[in-house]
Design a protein. Structure first.
Length: 476
């Protein structure tokens, strides 16, 4: 049974990774990596935007971006999907091992892995964030194993993770949580190793803490950075269900420890993991998948005998959480049936939902332009049109800062788009075609191109490059 459950969760995790969404961050991550490969160094000046940005690009996920670009160069989109599938299988496997070891039964492993997949469903995207989703259970599993060389492995994994994604801040949190555990002396060494590993970064020892601090003023602009309490239950039903289940099961368990005055038994359950899970879940909805750690600690508190006694409830809970990834995969299968294999493997899949034809039309002009557009299109336009054309904002919100990001986050309002375009001397707007009928006449926009996926207009007031655009159009 253990091998069967283990193989099953790895398969589901791999399929979730393989069908990961290409969201608005995919393109700029890939393009930054491509620039690093092309020039042999990370960009030292802003490579995409025409907006006034005072500092050079940071190295938040520099190694992930470079690896993405290398995989894409030799294996295309299919290669990136296979790499994402490997991460999905890795994370699911680690979550299963963690739960099975703590709960003493394969059924406990199935429940913890099911929670990890259900609560991390929104994080299965082709971007470096997926690495943190996979490595959190890997690190927790590693810290559980008291073996020679563990401290060195913790250091190596943390140092690698630090350069792959800022989510590596989980490593010292998890290692520090083990200070409240059955072997605090060994935990001091692994905690120190994780702190040293976190400091090995091109932007300096405190880089990841600075990145984390930068996200705080931007939280209102980014839904996934907001707290779970900011959302109604219907927006995140699996997360609220997990939180309620953990709370309902934890309260009587804690009461029993208090009644028995069994401090050693409580410490042996690794309550530090549960504390980290609750802290990070409170910090932002993107980290709710950490609740699988709290479930693993709770199963350890129950012990194998009680887990077996309530086996039916554990099995039903696992089945309920598994409905989330199963429905996700069913929806993806319907999409593949509708759009064909191009949905997964074709390079065109990277442009699905983006202004592909509009970008192609702009590129044929051959004129250097400053563009305005919805932020969700920024990464795609930068990857397709740079460096000849410069974009406005994209998914790098910490790069732009709270004021600039807030100013451009409202460009779904045509009046605000008109205002910021004039303020920053924009030459051309790339907008949803639905904006055109009313607003072209209202603001005096001059449409140049309109297609199903986007439209291109220039403003009524002449831009610095209006004449160059007119000449380019005249050559057609």
């Amino acid at each position: 049974m253990s091998r069967g459950f283990h193989a099953f969760v790895m398969l589901v995790g791999a399929l979730l990774g393989f069908t990961a969404v290409m969201d608005m961050d995919f393109h700029w991550h890939l393009r930054l990596g491509q620039l690093a490969l092309e020039h042999g160094a990370w960009p030292t000046v802003e490579p995409f935007s025409h907006l006034p940005l005072p500092t050079a690009p940071d190295h938040q996920a520099w190694l992930s971006d470079t690896l993405m670009a290398a995989i894409h160069r030799y294996f295309g989109v299919g290669g990136l999907r296979i790499a994402a599938a490997a991460l999905g299988a890795l994370g699911a496997s680690a979550a299963f091992r963690l739960g099975a070891r703590r709960g003493g039964t394969p059924l406990a492993g199935l429940l913890v892995a099911a929670m990890w997949m259900a609560l991390g469903d929104d994080r299965f995207r082709l971007r470096p964030d997926l690495i943190t989703l996979a490595l959190v259970p890997v690190m927790a599993d590693l810290l559980d194993r008291e073996s020679p060389g563990r401290t060195l492995r913790v250091f190596g994994l943390t140092a690698l993770w630090t350069n792959l994604h800022p989510g590596a801040i989980f490593a010292p949190l998890l290692a520090g949580g083990r200070l409240i555990g059955p072997n605090p002396k060994a935990a001091v060494a692994t905690f120190a190793a994780s702190v040293v590993g976190l400091a090995i970064h091109p932007d300096g020892p405190s880089a990841l803490l600075a990145y984390a601090a930068d996200t705080t003023p931007l939280r209102p602009l980014i839904p996934e950075w907001r707290r779970l309490a900011d959302f109604p239950v219907r927006d995140f039903p699996a997360a609220w269900a997990a939180l309620a289940a953990v709370a309902l099961a934890a309260l009587p368990t804690l009461a029993e420890f208090v009644r028995r005055r069994d401090g050693k038994g409580f410490v042996a359950c690794r309550p530090g993991d549960a504390a980290v899970a609750l802290l990070t879940t409170w910090t932002g909805v993107r980290f709710v998948f950490g609740l699988h750690l709290a479930a693993a600690s709770l199963l350890a508190a129950w012990g194998p005998e009680r887990v077996r006694r309530f086996g039916a409830a554990v099995a039903l809970s696992a089945a309920a959480f598994l409905t989330v990834p199963v429905l996700h995969l069913a929806e993806e299968a319907r999409a593949v049936a509708a759009f064909g294999e191009d949905r997964l493997f074709g390079e065109a899949s990277a442009g699905r939902g983006y202004p592909v034809a509009a970008a192609t039309w702009i590129r044929t002009l051959g004129v250097p332009l400053n563009l305005a557009h919805p932020p969700a299109w920024g990464g795609y336009l930068a990857s397709m049109l740079g460096p000849n054309c410069r974009t406005a904002t994209d998914g790098r919100v910490t790069r732009f800062g709270a004021a600039l990001a807030a100013e451009w986050s409202r460009v779904d309002d045509p009046a605000l788009l008109e205002a910021v375009a004039k303020k920053y001397a924009v030459d051309m707007l790339v907008i949803p075609t639905a904006f055109l009928p009313k607003n072209a006449e209202r603001f005096g926009w001059i449409p140049l191109y309109a297609g199903n996926d986007g439209a291109v207009v220039v403003l009524r007031d002449a831009s610095p490059r209006r004449e160059a655009v007119r000449v380019a159009l005249g050559r057609r």
